[in-house]
Design a protein around this ligand. Structure first.
Ligand code: NAI
Length: 388
């Protein structure tokens, strides 16, 4: 694949339109398709607004913006994507709908066209199972907003041809994105490892150790995270965040580390989605005063190390189970969710044995499987080793 490769994007929603803009900016002709013709037409306005902003900021010239828009055309049927060399699907997150779309795409493309899914939570292998040539199906997982977030997870399914993996990775690299390769496992890297940031913070709140504002303050102040877990859940949306947790938990056969919380489920049921609905963990209505944290240093440090230890345990387990390389696990969390440091590097800085002891203490205190230290962490702590 090269700049001449025509890129097809199926689904012109938040992700599809962002990915279309990224591909067109990289110099490709792009064909965007959606079943909803009104939404498809609206995406043209989205491109114009986005690119106008870049022109106003002086990041691109007016001429470049015009060229980028000129490279995107709107398709009115699957037939319009028959000349594409790569198709990225970004439609609704439902397995049966995606499988039907993939079967249809296969019929309308040449045998050497790579067909990818931007799914966040479905298995690439299960999507590929509806196809006649599963070796050309792959996951290309962008982060929202695709135009701004540098990370892209590349996920080969069980039957993906290794050559297709290399070709896909090098193309997305050429778009200026940072790619990492992840096994076809629930949540891939980011949506799996990040679960503890939310889950352990909610657990700390549920135990009455601290309130939302104090936990957010602790993670920002001592950890250097840009947003605290509760601010971030409200920003992502408690509907989206809760459903991702629930899906990851189910797909891991009810692994206790990923267990969703009743606290967030209740917010989801009450439609307290966060910023977009005006209320979530915090109240965003006009005139509402955000609560002040209790800036108790001893408490703050304790909260931060507990959440960090859980995050590192998940990163270590991902490495142990060969989900990805240590570099890719660290890169994914920094470029996909803006963590200030890679978690495995962070473990080395604090000391692997310190993290291990923290987890052992939690495991001993609660007797719950979610706190069991990963076997790799334990081995490394006992042998005095570090990740790098
Ligand atoms: P969205 O709801 O904004 O857009 C989905 C689009 O697909 C809609 O325009 C809809 O009309 C269209 N569509 C539905 N069925 C279709 C079909 N059969 N053929 C053609 N078009 C169809 O959804 P969003 O947020 O863009 O997500 C799309 C995919 O990207 C999902 O798989 C999601 O899991 C994944 N994703 C979403 C992220 C996010 O933060 N929103 C981040 C990363 C991945």
């Amino acid at each position: 694949m090269n700049k001449e490769t025509i890129i097809g994007i199926i689904g012109s929603g938040a992700m599809g339109s962002g990915i279309a803009q990224v591909a067109a900016t990289a110099g490709h002709q792009v064909i965007l398709f959606d079943v909803d013709l009104n939404l498809l037409a609206e995406s043209e306005n989205k491109f114009k607004t986005n690119l106008e902003k870049l022109v106003d900021k002086g990041k691109i010239t007016f001429e470049t913006a015009r060229e980028i828009i000129g490279r995107i055309s709107l398709g009115d049927s699957f037939a319009s994507i028959s000349k594409c060399g790569l198709i990225i699907e970004a439609i609704v997150e439902k397995l049966d709908v995606k499988q039907a779309v993939f079967a249809g795409l296969e019929k309308n493309t040449s045998a050497d066209c790579i067909i990818a899914s931007n799914t966040s939570s479905l298995s690439i292998t299960s999507i590929a199972s509806s196809c006649k040539i599963p070796s050309r199906i792959i996951g290309i997982h962008f982060f929202n907003p695709a135009t701004l977030m540098p990370l892209v997870e590349i996920i080969p399914g069980l039957e993906t041809d290794p050559k297709i993996l290399l070709e896909t990775k090098s193309l997305i690299d050429s778009w200026g994105k940072t790619t990492v390769v992840a096994k076809d496992s629930p949540g891939f890297i980011v949506n799996r490892v990040a679960r503890s940031f939310y889950g352990e913070s909610i657990r700390i709140y549920e135990e009455g150790i601290a309130d939302f504002a104090t936990i957010d303050w602790a993670m920002k102040n001592f950890g250097g995270f840009k947003m605290g877990p509760f601010e971030l859940m409200d920003f992502i949306g408690n509907d989206v965040n809760y459903l991702v947790t629930d899906t990851v938990w189910h797909q891991f056969f009810y692994e206790p580390r990923f267990k969703p919380s009743l606290t967030q489920k209740r917010l989801y049921e009450a439609k307290h989605f966060g910023r977009k609905s005006g209320k979530g963990f915090y109240d965003y209505s006009e005139g509402a005063i955000l609560p002040e944290p209790t800036k108790d240093e001893t408490l703050g440090i304790k909260i931060f190390y507990r959440v960090l230890a859980m995050l590192i345990n998940e990163a270590a387990d991902s490495l142990y189970l060969k989900l990805a390389t240590r570099e890719d696990i660290d890169t994914a969390m920094m470029k996909g969710v803006n963590y200030p440091k890679g978690l495995l590097k962070w473990a080395d800085e604090i000391g692997v044995s310190v993290v291990y002891e923290k987890l052992e203490k939690l495991f001993d205190k609660y007797g719950e499987d979610r706190y069991r230290p990963c076997v790799l962490l334990k081995k490394m702590a006992l042998e005095g080793k570090s990740f790098y």
